[in-house]
Design a protein around this ligand. Structure first.
Ligand code: ADP
Ligand code: MG
Length: 442
Protein backbone atom coordinates (compact mmCIF):
# COMPACT_ATOMS: atom_id res chain seq x y z
CA UNK A 1 0.00 0.00 0.00
CA UNK A 2 2.76 2.45 0.87
CA UNK A 3 3.98 2.13 -2.71
CA UNK A 4 0.64 3.29 -4.00
CA UNK A 5 0.50 6.12 -1.49
CA UNK A 6 3.98 7.22 -2.50
CA UNK A 7 2.83 7.51 -6.09
CA UNK A 8 0.02 9.84 -5.06
CA UNK A 9 2.43 11.84 -2.95
CA UNK A 10 4.91 12.19 -5.76
CA UNK A 11 2.24 13.89 -7.80
CA UNK A 12 1.10 16.02 -4.89
CA UNK A 13 4.45 17.35 -3.69
CA UNK A 14 6.40 17.40 -6.94
CA UNK A 15 9.40 15.38 -8.00
CA UNK A 16 12.11 17.27 -6.17
CA UNK A 17 10.32 17.44 -2.83
CA UNK A 18 9.49 13.83 -3.27
CA UNK A 19 13.06 12.87 -3.82
CA UNK A 20 14.41 14.85 -0.87
CA UNK A 21 11.77 14.14 1.71
CA UNK A 22 9.34 11.38 0.90
CA UNK A 23 11.57 8.83 -0.73
CA UNK A 24 13.90 8.50 2.27
CA UNK A 25 11.00 7.53 4.50
CA UNK A 26 10.93 3.90 5.40
CA UNK A 27 7.55 2.50 6.25
CA UNK A 28 7.69 0.71 9.57
CA UNK A 29 4.25 -0.19 10.83
CA UNK A 30 0.63 0.77 10.93
CA UNK A 31 -0.90 0.17 14.27
CA UNK A 32 -4.13 1.40 15.75
CA UNK A 33 -4.32 4.46 13.53
CA UNK A 34 -0.68 5.37 14.03
CA UNK A 35 1.57 5.05 11.04
CA UNK A 36 5.25 4.84 11.89
CA UNK A 37 8.13 5.63 9.59
CA UNK A 38 11.80 5.14 10.18
CA UNK A 39 13.92 8.17 9.40
CA UNK A 40 17.63 8.83 9.51
CA UNK A 41 17.54 11.97 11.62
CA UNK A 42 15.14 13.76 13.89
CA UNK A 43 15.43 16.76 11.67
CA UNK A 44 14.16 14.81 8.69
CA UNK A 45 11.24 13.51 10.71
CA UNK A 46 10.33 16.96 11.99
CA UNK A 47 10.65 18.54 8.60
CA UNK A 48 8.52 15.95 6.88
CA UNK A 49 5.96 16.04 9.63
CA UNK A 50 5.61 19.82 9.48
CA UNK A 51 5.66 20.21 5.75
CA UNK A 52 4.15 17.08 4.34
CA UNK A 53 2.43 15.44 7.31
CA UNK A 54 -1.04 16.42 6.26
CA UNK A 55 -0.56 15.27 2.72
CA UNK A 56 0.86 11.96 3.83
CA UNK A 57 -2.11 11.48 6.15
CA UNK A 58 -4.48 12.43 3.43
CA UNK A 59 -3.04 10.03 0.90
CA UNK A 60 -2.86 7.19 3.40
CA UNK A 61 -6.49 7.65 4.26
CA UNK A 62 -7.39 7.98 0.64
CA UNK A 63 -5.74 4.65 -0.02
CA UNK A 64 -8.22 3.17 2.41
CA UNK A 65 -6.08 3.10 5.54
CA UNK A 66 -7.41 4.61 8.71
CA UNK A 67 -4.55 6.69 9.95
CA UNK A 68 -4.89 9.46 12.47
CA UNK A 69 -1.33 10.13 13.26
CA UNK A 70 2.14 9.81 11.87
CA UNK A 71 5.15 8.91 13.88
CA UNK A 72 8.71 9.34 12.75
CA UNK A 73 11.16 7.20 14.51
CA UNK A 74 14.88 7.70 14.50
CA UNK A 75 17.22 4.89 15.39
CA UNK A 76 17.25 6.03 18.96
CA UNK A 77 15.04 8.95 19.74
CA UNK A 78 16.52 9.75 23.11
CA UNK A 79 19.97 10.27 21.72
CA UNK A 80 20.89 13.74 20.51
CA UNK A 81 21.22 14.13 16.77
CA UNK A 82 24.17 12.19 15.48
CA UNK A 83 25.24 14.34 12.57
CA UNK A 84 25.31 17.99 13.59
CA UNK A 85 25.74 19.07 10.00
CA UNK A 86 22.31 17.83 8.99
CA UNK A 87 20.64 19.10 12.10
CA UNK A 88 19.51 22.62 12.83
CA UNK A 89 20.57 23.20 16.42
CA UNK A 90 21.47 20.63 18.96
CA UNK A 91 18.58 20.63 21.39
CA UNK A 92 19.49 22.78 24.35
CA UNK A 93 20.69 21.07 27.45
CA UNK A 94 17.71 20.29 29.60
CA UNK A 95 18.47 22.75 32.30
CA UNK A 96 19.89 25.72 30.46
CA UNK A 97 17.80 28.70 31.33
CA UNK A 98 15.05 28.92 28.78
CA UNK A 99 15.91 32.25 27.34
CA UNK A 100 13.09 34.12 25.82
CA UNK A 101 13.09 37.47 24.16
CA UNK A 102 9.89 38.12 22.29
CA UNK A 103 10.33 39.08 18.68
CA UNK A 104 10.32 42.86 18.42
CA UNK A 105 7.70 43.15 15.72
CA UNK A 106 5.18 40.84 17.37
CA UNK A 107 3.42 43.38 19.56
CA UNK A 108 -0.19 44.21 20.22
CA UNK A 109 0.31 47.47 18.34
CA UNK A 110 1.04 45.58 15.22
CA UNK A 111 -1.74 43.09 15.58
CA UNK A 112 -4.66 44.07 13.39
CA UNK A 113 -7.98 43.23 14.94
CA UNK A 114 -10.95 42.03 12.92
CA UNK A 115 -14.06 39.96 13.45
CA UNK A 116 -12.21 36.70 13.18
CA UNK A 117 -9.63 37.38 15.88
CA UNK A 118 -11.15 40.00 18.18
CA UNK A 119 -11.99 37.57 20.92
CA UNK A 120 -8.56 36.02 20.97
CA UNK A 121 -7.01 39.46 20.92
CA UNK A 122 -9.18 40.73 23.77
CA UNK A 123 -8.46 37.68 25.87
CA UNK A 124 -4.71 37.92 25.31
CA UNK A 125 -4.80 41.61 26.21
CA UNK A 126 -6.72 40.91 29.35
CA UNK A 127 -4.27 38.26 30.40
CA UNK A 128 -1.33 40.56 29.71
CA UNK A 129 -2.87 43.33 31.75
CA UNK A 130 -4.42 41.14 34.38
CA UNK A 131 -3.36 41.84 37.93
CA UNK A 132 -5.21 38.83 39.14
CA UNK A 133 -5.16 35.76 37.01
CA UNK A 134 -8.02 36.29 34.67
CA UNK A 135 -8.39 33.25 32.51
CA UNK A 136 -6.26 30.34 33.39
CA UNK A 137 -5.24 28.76 31.20
CA UNK A 138 -5.94 30.84 28.14
CA UNK A 139 -6.16 28.42 25.26
CA UNK A 140 -5.82 29.91 21.78
CA UNK A 141 -6.48 27.77 18.78
CA UNK A 142 -6.78 28.20 15.05
CA UNK A 143 -5.23 27.29 11.72
CA UNK A 144 -1.66 28.10 10.75
CA UNK A 145 -0.65 31.67 10.22
CA UNK A 146 -3.62 33.25 11.94
CA UNK A 147 -1.68 34.96 14.70
CA UNK A 148 -1.41 32.59 17.67
CA UNK A 149 2.33 32.98 18.06
CA UNK A 150 2.04 36.69 17.42
CA UNK A 151 -0.41 37.08 20.30
CA UNK A 152 1.77 35.11 22.67
CA UNK A 153 4.79 37.27 21.94
CA UNK A 154 2.61 40.34 22.32
CA UNK A 155 1.58 39.21 25.79
CA UNK A 156 5.23 38.78 26.69
CA UNK A 157 6.07 42.30 25.50
CA UNK A 158 3.21 43.77 27.43
CA UNK A 159 4.07 41.98 30.64
CA UNK A 160 7.74 42.88 30.36
CA UNK A 161 6.70 46.49 30.05
CA UNK A 162 4.32 46.46 32.97
CA UNK A 163 6.39 44.41 35.33
CA UNK A 164 9.93 43.57 34.21
CA UNK A 165 10.48 41.45 37.28
CA UNK A 166 8.02 38.86 36.04
CA UNK A 167 9.52 35.77 34.59
CA UNK A 168 7.78 34.96 31.33
CA UNK A 169 8.65 31.87 29.39
CA UNK A 170 7.50 30.99 25.93
CA UNK A 171 8.36 27.58 24.61
CA UNK A 172 7.13 25.43 21.77
CA UNK A 173 5.69 22.13 22.86
CA UNK A 174 8.32 20.47 20.75
CA UNK A 175 11.14 22.19 22.54
CA UNK A 176 9.51 21.38 25.87
CA UNK A 177 9.65 17.75 24.87
CA UNK A 178 13.29 17.96 23.88
CA UNK A 179 14.27 19.52 27.13
CA UNK A 180 12.33 16.93 29.01
CA UNK A 181 13.94 14.05 27.15
CA UNK A 182 17.36 15.55 27.59
CA UNK A 183 16.76 16.07 31.29
CA UNK A 184 15.82 12.44 31.65
CA UNK A 185 18.93 11.35 29.84
CA UNK A 186 21.22 13.63 31.77
CA UNK A 187 19.46 12.73 35.01
CA UNK A 188 18.63 16.33 35.70
CA UNK A 189 14.95 16.05 36.27
CA UNK A 190 15.06 17.96 39.53
CA UNK A 191 16.62 20.97 37.83
CA UNK A 192 14.20 20.69 34.99
CA UNK A 193 11.21 20.70 37.31
CA UNK A 194 12.69 23.51 39.32
CA UNK A 195 13.22 25.65 36.25
CA UNK A 196 9.71 25.26 34.91
CA UNK A 197 8.14 25.77 38.28
CA UNK A 198 9.87 29.03 39.03
CA UNK A 199 8.14 31.07 36.36
CA UNK A 200 5.29 33.56 36.54
CA UNK A 201 3.84 33.10 33.10
CA UNK A 202 4.25 30.02 30.96
CA UNK A 203 3.32 29.98 27.30
CA UNK A 204 3.40 26.73 25.39
CA UNK A 205 2.97 27.02 21.65
CA UNK A 206 1.58 24.34 19.35
CA UNK A 207 0.68 21.96 22.11
CA UNK A 208 -0.87 19.49 19.64
CA UNK A 209 2.71 18.37 19.14
CA UNK A 210 2.73 16.39 22.36
CA UNK A 211 -0.32 14.36 21.37
CA UNK A 212 0.61 10.72 21.69
CA UNK A 213 3.86 11.48 23.52
CA UNK A 214 2.92 9.99 26.81
CA UNK A 215 5.73 10.76 29.18
CA UNK A 216 6.04 14.31 27.87
CA UNK A 217 2.33 14.74 28.49
CA UNK A 218 2.73 13.44 31.96
CA UNK A 219 5.46 15.95 32.77
CA UNK A 220 3.54 18.74 31.09
CA UNK A 221 0.52 17.89 33.16
CA UNK A 222 2.45 18.14 36.41
CA UNK A 223 4.11 21.39 35.46
CA UNK A 224 0.77 22.76 34.38
CA UNK A 225 -0.98 21.80 37.58
CA UNK A 226 1.78 23.10 39.73
CA UNK A 227 1.74 26.50 38.07
CA UNK A 228 -2.02 26.85 37.98
CA UNK A 229 -2.31 25.82 41.59
CA UNK A 230 0.24 28.42 42.57
CA UNK A 231 -1.74 31.07 40.77
CA UNK A 232 0.61 31.44 37.81
CA UNK A 233 -0.71 32.29 34.39
CA UNK A 234 -0.57 29.79 31.54
CA UNK A 235 -1.25 30.38 27.87
CA UNK A 236 -1.46 27.52 25.44
CA UNK A 237 -1.87 27.47 21.69
CA UNK A 238 -2.78 24.67 19.32
CA UNK A 239 -3.98 24.22 15.81
CA UNK A 240 -7.30 22.88 17.07
CA UNK A 241 -9.43 22.87 20.20
CA UNK A 242 -8.49 20.72 23.18
CA UNK A 243 -11.39 18.40 22.49
CA UNK A 244 -10.16 17.81 18.96
CA UNK A 245 -6.61 16.90 19.84
CA UNK A 246 -6.42 13.18 19.55
CA UNK A 247 -4.16 11.16 21.76
CA UNK A 248 -4.16 13.73 24.45
CA UNK A 249 -5.08 12.36 27.83
CA UNK A 250 -8.56 13.24 28.98
CA UNK A 251 -7.37 14.72 32.23
CA UNK A 252 -5.15 17.09 30.27
CA UNK A 253 -7.94 17.97 27.89
CA UNK A 254 -10.23 18.82 30.70
CA UNK A 255 -7.62 20.93 32.46
CA UNK A 256 -6.91 22.78 29.24
CA UNK A 257 -10.58 23.52 28.91
CA UNK A 258 -11.13 24.82 32.37
CA UNK A 259 -9.88 28.31 31.62
CA UNK A 260 -10.89 30.21 28.54
CA UNK A 261 -10.80 28.58 25.12
CA UNK A 262 -10.94 30.96 22.16
CA UNK A 263 -10.38 30.36 18.51
CA UNK A 264 -8.94 32.44 15.73
CA UNK A 265 -11.07 32.09 12.63
CA UNK A 266 -9.83 32.29 9.08
CA UNK A 267 -9.35 35.89 7.99
CA UNK A 268 -12.04 37.70 6.10
CA UNK A 269 -11.49 40.14 3.30
CA UNK A 270 -11.65 43.25 5.50
CA UNK A 271 -9.08 41.91 7.91
CA UNK A 272 -6.74 41.00 5.08
CA UNK A 273 -6.97 44.52 3.74
CA UNK A 274 -6.34 45.89 7.21
CA UNK A 275 -3.32 43.71 7.78
CA UNK A 276 -1.78 44.51 4.41
CA UNK A 277 -2.33 48.21 4.91
CA UNK A 278 -0.77 48.07 8.33
CA UNK A 279 2.37 46.55 6.85
CA UNK A 280 2.96 49.19 4.21
CA UNK A 281 4.91 51.43 6.56
CA UNK A 282 7.07 48.57 7.61
CA UNK A 283 7.92 47.64 4.03
CA UNK A 284 8.48 51.22 3.01
CA UNK A 285 10.99 51.39 5.81
CA UNK A 286 12.89 48.44 4.42
CA UNK A 287 12.53 49.35 0.76
CA UNK A 288 12.59 53.12 0.66
CA UNK A 289 11.50 54.54 -2.65
CA UNK A 290 9.26 51.66 -3.61
CA UNK A 291 5.69 52.84 -4.00
CA UNK A 292 2.56 50.79 -4.16
CA UNK A 293 -0.34 51.76 -6.39
CA UNK A 294 -3.90 52.02 -5.18
CA UNK A 295 -5.78 48.85 -5.81
CA UNK A 296 -2.91 46.46 -5.23
CA UNK A 297 -3.83 45.82 -1.61
CA UNK A 298 -7.39 45.23 -2.62
CA UNK A 299 -6.31 42.88 -5.31
CA UNK A 300 -4.07 40.86 -2.99
CA UNK A 301 -6.74 40.59 -0.32
CA UNK A 302 -9.07 39.17 -2.93
CA UNK A 303 -6.62 36.82 -4.50
CA UNK A 304 -4.98 35.38 -1.43
CA UNK A 305 -7.48 33.82 0.88
CA UNK A 306 -5.16 31.62 2.85
CA UNK A 307 -3.34 32.73 5.92
CA UNK A 308 -1.57 35.85 7.02
CA UNK A 309 1.84 34.31 6.62
CA UNK A 310 1.19 33.81 2.92
CA UNK A 311 -0.05 37.39 2.62
CA UNK A 312 3.13 38.64 4.22
CA UNK A 313 5.22 36.45 1.97
CA UNK A 314 3.50 37.97 -1.04
CA UNK A 315 4.16 41.51 0.18
CA UNK A 316 7.79 40.77 0.91
CA UNK A 317 8.33 39.35 -2.50
CA UNK A 318 6.56 42.24 -4.22
CA UNK A 319 8.60 44.86 -2.44
CA UNK A 320 11.86 43.02 -2.95
CA UNK A 321 11.16 42.55 -6.62
CA UNK A 322 9.95 46.08 -7.21
CA UNK A 323 12.99 47.49 -5.50
CA UNK A 324 15.28 45.25 -7.52
CA UNK A 325 13.88 46.23 -10.88
CA UNK A 326 13.16 49.80 -9.83
CA UNK A 327 9.47 49.75 -10.59
CA UNK A 328 6.43 50.71 -8.63
CA UNK A 329 4.12 48.00 -7.39
CA UNK A 330 1.13 47.63 -9.66
CA UNK A 331 -1.51 44.99 -10.09
CA UNK A 332 0.30 43.81 -13.23
CA UNK A 333 3.54 43.43 -11.35
CA UNK A 334 1.73 41.44 -8.69
CA UNK A 335 0.20 39.21 -11.35
CA UNK A 336 3.61 38.43 -12.81
CA UNK A 337 5.51 38.10 -9.66
CA UNK A 338 3.04 36.17 -7.53
CA UNK A 339 1.68 33.74 -10.08
CA UNK A 340 2.74 30.70 -8.09
CA UNK A 341 1.26 32.00 -4.85
CA UNK A 342 -1.99 32.76 -6.60
CA UNK A 343 -1.97 29.36 -8.14
CA UNK A 344 -1.56 27.72 -4.77
CA UNK A 345 -4.26 29.94 -3.39
CA UNK A 346 -6.54 29.32 -6.34
CA UNK A 347 -6.16 25.65 -5.89
CA UNK A 348 -7.71 26.23 -2.58
CA UNK A 349 -10.59 28.17 -3.99
CA UNK A 350 -11.66 25.53 -6.44
CA UNK A 351 -15.03 24.18 -5.47
CA UNK A 352 -14.46 21.17 -7.71
CA UNK A 353 -11.42 20.11 -5.81
CA UNK A 354 -13.20 20.41 -2.51
CA UNK A 355 -15.99 18.25 -3.83
CA UNK A 356 -13.57 15.69 -5.16
CA UNK A 357 -11.53 15.43 -1.99
CA UNK A 358 -14.58 15.24 0.23
CA UNK A 359 -16.03 12.46 -1.92
CA UNK A 360 -12.73 10.60 -1.87
CA UNK A 361 -12.62 10.91 1.85
CA UNK A 362 -16.13 9.60 2.38
CA UNK A 363 -15.88 7.11 -0.40
CA UNK A 364 -18.82 8.31 -2.48
CA UNK A 365 -19.19 9.56 -6.03
CA UNK A 366 -19.26 13.25 -6.82
CA UNK A 367 -22.40 12.76 -8.90
CA UNK A 368 -24.16 11.32 -5.86
CA UNK A 369 -23.06 14.16 -3.68
CA UNK A 370 -24.15 16.84 -6.08
CA UNK A 371 -27.47 15.23 -6.88
CA UNK A 372 -30.62 15.67 -4.84
CA UNK A 373 -30.20 12.44 -2.88
CA UNK A 374 -31.27 12.85 0.69
CA UNK A 375 -29.64 9.75 2.04
CA UNK A 376 -27.52 10.59 5.03
CA UNK A 377 -24.55 8.92 3.42
CA UNK A 378 -24.62 11.69 0.82
CA UNK A 379 -26.17 14.49 2.79
CA UNK A 380 -23.47 14.71 5.42
CA UNK A 381 -20.52 14.79 2.99
CA UNK A 382 -22.46 17.34 0.96
CA UNK A 383 -22.77 19.56 4.00
CA UNK A 384 -19.11 19.10 4.82
CA UNK A 385 -18.20 20.11 1.27
CA UNK A 386 -20.46 23.16 1.46
CA UNK A 387 -18.91 24.13 4.74
CA UNK A 388 -15.41 23.82 3.32
CA UNK A 389 -16.38 25.83 0.24
CA UNK A 390 -17.65 28.57 2.49
CA UNK A 391 -14.47 28.50 4.59
CA UNK A 392 -11.85 28.06 1.94
CA UNK A 393 -13.13 29.86 -1.13
CA UNK A 394 -14.25 33.39 -1.71
CA UNK A 395 -17.30 32.29 -3.67
CA UNK A 396 -20.70 33.62 -2.73
CA UNK A 397 -23.27 31.32 -1.20
CA UNK A 398 -25.49 31.28 -4.32
CA UNK A 399 -22.47 30.37 -6.40
CA UNK A 400 -21.60 27.53 -4.05
CA UNK A 401 -25.22 26.44 -4.18
CA UNK A 402 -25.14 26.24 -7.96
CA UNK A 403 -22.12 23.95 -7.84
CA UNK A 404 -24.21 21.59 -5.75
CA UNK A 405 -27.16 21.77 -8.09
CA UNK A 406 -29.18 24.00 -5.78
CA UNK A 407 -31.20 26.83 -7.09
CA UNK A 408 -31.03 28.93 -3.98
CA UNK A 409 -28.52 29.29 -1.25
CA UNK A 410 -30.57 28.50 1.84
CA UNK A 411 -29.46 24.89 1.58
CA UNK A 412 -25.87 26.07 1.75
CA UNK A 413 -26.51 28.22 4.79
CA UNK A 414 -28.27 25.35 6.45
CA UNK A 415 -25.47 22.92 5.59
CA UNK A 416 -22.78 25.24 6.90
CA UNK A 417 -24.63 25.85 10.17
CA UNK A 418 -25.31 22.17 10.57
CA UNK A 419 -21.63 21.30 10.29
CA UNK A 420 -20.61 24.12 12.60
CA UNK A 421 -23.02 22.84 15.18
CA UNK A 422 -22.16 19.17 14.82
CA UNK A 423 -18.45 19.78 15.06
CA UNK A 424 -18.94 20.95 18.63
CA UNK A 425 -20.16 17.56 19.73
CA UNK A 426 -19.12 15.05 17.10
CA UNK A 427 -15.38 14.70 17.36
CA UNK A 428 -15.20 12.19 14.53
CA UNK A 429 -16.78 14.73 12.23
CA UNK A 430 -14.56 17.49 13.57
CA UNK A 431 -11.54 15.34 12.79
CA UNK A 432 -12.78 14.59 9.30
CA UNK A 433 -13.25 18.27 8.64
CA UNK A 434 -9.86 19.18 10.08
CA UNK A 435 -8.10 16.53 8.05
CA UNK A 436 -9.81 17.57 4.84
CA UNK A 437 -9.22 21.18 5.50
CA UNK A 438 -5.55 20.72 6.05
CA UNK A 439 -5.19 18.54 3.00
CA UNK A 440 -6.95 21.18 0.92
CA UNK A 441 -4.90 23.98 2.37
CA UNK A 442 -1.61 22.15 2.02
P1 ADP B 1 0.32 31.07 13.98
O1 ADP B 1 1.20 31.01 15.17
O2 ADP B 1 -1.13 31.14 14.30
O3 ADP B 1 0.61 30.01 12.95
P2 ADP B 1 1.67 33.57 13.54
O4 ADP B 1 1.36 34.24 14.82
O5 ADP B 1 3.04 33.01 13.38
O6 ADP B 1 0.60 32.44 13.23
O7 ADP B 1 1.35 34.59 12.36
C1 ADP B 1 1.89 34.43 11.05
C2 ADP B 1 2.33 35.78 10.54
O8 ADP B 1 1.19 36.59 10.31
C3 ADP B 1 3.18 36.53 11.54
O9 ADP B 1 4.19 37.20 10.85
C4 ADP B 1 2.23 37.50 12.19
O10 ADP B 1 2.87 38.68 12.57
C5 ADP B 1 1.24 37.78 11.08
N1 ADP B 1 -0.11 38.04 11.57
C6 ADP B 1 -1.05 37.12 11.89
N2 ADP B 1 -2.19 37.71 12.30
C7 ADP B 1 -1.96 39.03 12.24
C8 ADP B 1 -2.76 40.19 12.53
N3 ADP B 1 -4.02 40.08 12.97
N4 ADP B 1 -2.20 41.41 12.34
C9 ADP B 1 -0.94 41.53 11.90
N5 ADP B 1 -0.14 40.49 11.61
C10 ADP B 1 -0.63 39.25 11.76
MG1 MG C 1 2.67 29.63 15.60
Amino acid sequence: KWGEVREGLRRAVGASNYKSWIEPLEFDSLDDGVCTFRVATTFLGNYVSTNFGDQILFHLNRAGQTVQRLRFQTANIARPPASPAAEPAEPAAATDEVEFRPEARLTFDRFVVGKSNELAHAAARRVAEGGQVAFNPLFLHGGVGLGKTHLMHAVAHEIAQRDPSKKVIYISAESFMWRFITALREKKMMDFKQMFRSIDVLMVDDVQFIAGKESTQEEFFHTFNYLVDSGKQIIISADRSPADIRDLEDRIKSRLQCGLVVDLHPTDYELRVGILQSKIDYYEGIYPGVTIRDGVIDYLAHRIVTNVRVLEGAMTRLYAFASLVGREITVELAQDCLADIFKASDRKVSIDEIQRKVCDHFNIRVSDMIGPKRLRAYARPRQVAMYLCKQLTNRSLPEIGRHFGKRDHTTVIHGVRQIEKLMQTDSQLADDVTLLRRALEA
